[in-house]
Design a protein around this ligand. Structure first.
Ligand code: NDP
Ligand code: 8X3
Length: 252
């Protein structure tokens, strides 16, 4: 079988990095993206060098940079079999009336617009080849609102509905789309959300067993290995120690 190619956005930590390591272990060619060049270089070195790993350092909110990264792909990496739209972030946990508008904008630009730029760039090639798989990393936050989740939850609800909607456009192309919706997972996610306040970030994982980045990579790998005629539309997973809360009420 010819060597397959996966593109993973946000491969410099967390889920993306774990996916990169797992796909590399199974002999796939990797296109890894992120803003931290040094981490991309280290991964390239660790996972087989330039022959197997192509790195693209860009800010996913920069539409021109994303489009350039796709047009400039070396021929060996240009047939992308799987795109893992993973790059994303939450910023802040304040109520909507106290939040920073800049944080809201950055979440929209990254989680929604960045994912759209990559999706739009990859699709023509997949459609021409009548094969391909886009795995979007959504979140339980797209299904279940929580205090302070406001725009983060809304961006992930967008990702869910976009994933479902484009499937309708892709009927007949063999291109598959899944929305993977993890619950609480221990990565750099909370460090980013709380802007390097390590105490706050650590508390998210204290006294509970969170999912690990490897759990998510294993699930992505499972999805990729489902038969070509099967499309898992959405897949929500949570740690055993997490569940949905009750409805919220204000009482006098
Ligand atoms: P991490 O913070 O560990 O990883 C986030 C990745 O996204 C990094 O590689 C980062 O790379 C990249 N990224 C963020 N902003 C940009 C940007 N502007 N341009 C390019 N790359 C960017 O978090 P996770 O691994 O946990 O998160 C991965 C995805 O999973 C996100 O979409 C997140 O919303 C989602 N998720 C996370 C959950 C969790 O509990 N951890 C649960 C459910 C979903 P760099 O900084 O180098 O640019
Ligand atoms: C990340 C999980 O619950 O912090 O998407 O929003 S949560």
């Amino acid at each position: 079988m010819t060597q397959q190619t996966v593109m993973i956005t946000g491969a410099t930590s967390g889920f993306g990095e774990a996916c990169a390591k797992l796909f590399a272990k199974h002999g796939w060619k990797l296109i890894l993206t992120g803003r931290r060049q040094e981490r991309l270089n280290n991964l390239q070195q660790q996972l087989g060098g330039a022959e197997h790993v192509h790195t693209c350092c860009f800010d996913i909110t920069d539409r021109d940079a994303v489009e350039r990264a796709f047009t400039d792909l070396p021929a060996r990496f240009s047939a992308i079999d799987v795109l893992v739209n993973n790059a994303g972030l939450a910023l802040g946990l304040e109520p909507a009336y106290e939040t920073q508008l800049d944080d809201w904008e950055k979440m929209v630009d990254t989680n929604i617009k960045g994912l759209l730029y990559c999706t739009r760039s990859v699709l023509p090639n997949m459609i021409n080849r009548k094969a391909g798989y886009i795995i979007n990393i959504g979140s339980v936050a797209g299904n279940w609102p929580y205090p302070g989740g406001n725009v983060y939850c809304a961006t992930k609800a967008f990702v869910r509905q976009f994933s479902l909607a484009i499937r309708a456009d892709l009927l007949g192309t063999n291109v598959r789309v899944s929305n993977l919706e993890p619950g609480n997972a221990e990565t750099e996610f909370s460090k980013v959300r709380f802007k390097d306040d390590d105490d706050k970030a650590d508390k998210v994982y204290q006294g509970t067993i969170a999912l690990s980045a490897t759990d998510i990579a294993d699930t992505v790998w499972w999805l990729v290995n489902t038969p070509a005629h099967v499309n898992v539309t959405t897949l929500e997973l949570m740690p055993t120690q997490q569940a949905n809360g009750p409805m919220a009420f204000y009482r006098e």
